[in-house]
Design a protein around this ligand. Structure first.
Ligand code: API
Length: 288
């Protein structure tokens, strides 16, 4: 089985072409490839599959084997992957996910994909669909007690669940302490990807993320969108924002007319390879 390692701002994934290869039990494969000691090492596994109603279908699995609905950095990387490996000549394509079909556009210069834009559509602000357990219709800037602190939280779905809290001095924020407690907070029946964000300027945000089923990652695409949406809804930022993360900067635009969220940034093909002795389906394996 061949695979490709790609990274988008340090949010790294193992990509497997499921169009030309037959992949069984991707949940288990995800645990194996993601393991940084026994496997390749990644924030998850991405399968590129044929689609009935779009150009391609993407499936994304977390390192614990659970399947997520969508991933912002991975879907942009899928756009680069299919072009880079000549699976398509299109520079604008529709990619199906559990969270719906998203349009991905490639910026190609001298045959190289330099930037990729994904349109995520509108964020889902209805609390019941975020999902958050509350009587409120929307969960915006609401006080939430976590351990010994109260955060003001905005919850939404980008296809996957997010919560955003604004903090001061995010670089010194104790993410290891509050991240897991927030991810597993009883408010979120499906848990949540948690973004702790600092406003640097109306057009510049810096955030750190504690991802559901992963922990801290260097960047999160859907989390960048969620941070800007929360910033706009609470009057903290503009609709066109550069979003800094540990792994780099991504640009987010939230279109006022259509409500669509656009994310633009790079993705790198690091290497490709072939599994030799690793057996992803081994019983009682150390990566379980
Ligand atoms: N890193 C991703 C999100 C992965 C989501 C996953 N951790 C979950 O929803 O369970 C991104 O760039 O949007």
């Amino acid at each position: 089985m061949r695979f490709t390692k790609m990274t988008s701002l340090g949010n790294d994934f193992v990509f497997v072409d499921g169009i030309h290869q037959n992949i069984h039990d991707p949940n288990r494969l995800a645990k194996f490839v993601s393991n940084r000691n026994y496997g390749v090492g990644a924030d998850g596994l991405v399968l590129i599959c044929p689609s009935q109603n779009a150009d391609f279908r993407m499936r994304i699995f977390n390192p614990d084997g659970t399947e997520a609905q969508i991933c912002g950095n991975a879907i942009r990387s899928v756009g680069k992957f299919v072009y880079h490996y000549g699976i398509t000549r299109k520079t604008r394509m529709r990619i199906e996910t559990i969270a719906g079909v998203k349009v991905v556009t490639l910026d190609v210069k001298s045959g190289k994909v330099v930037n990729i834009t994904a349109n995520f559509g509108s964020p889902i602000l209805e609390a019941a669909k975020a999902p958050v357990i509350t009587d409120l219709e929307q969960f915006i800037d609401q006080p939430v007690e976590v351990l010994d602190r109260t955060f003001h939280v905005t919850a939404m779905s980008l296809g996957n669940p997010h919560m955003v809290a604004f903090v001061e001095d995010v670089d010194h924020f104790d993410l290891e302490k509050y991240g897991p407690a927030m991810e597993h907070h009883p408010l979120y029946p499906e848990r949540a990807n948690c973004e702790f964000a600092e406003i640097l300027a109306p057009d510049r945000i810096r955030f750190r993320v504690w991802e559901r089923s992963v922990g801290e990652t260097l960047a999160c695409g859907t989390g960048s969108c969620a941070s800007v949406v929360a910033g706009v809804l609470t009057g903290r930022c503009n609709r066109s924002v550069d979003v800094e993360q540990k792994g780099g900067v991504i640009h987010i635009e939230w279109d006022e007319c259509t409500g669509d969220l656009f994310m633009t940034g790079p993705s790198t093909v690091v290497f490709d390879g072939e599994f030799v002795e690793g057996n992803p389906y081994e019983e009682n394996a150390p990566w379980d």
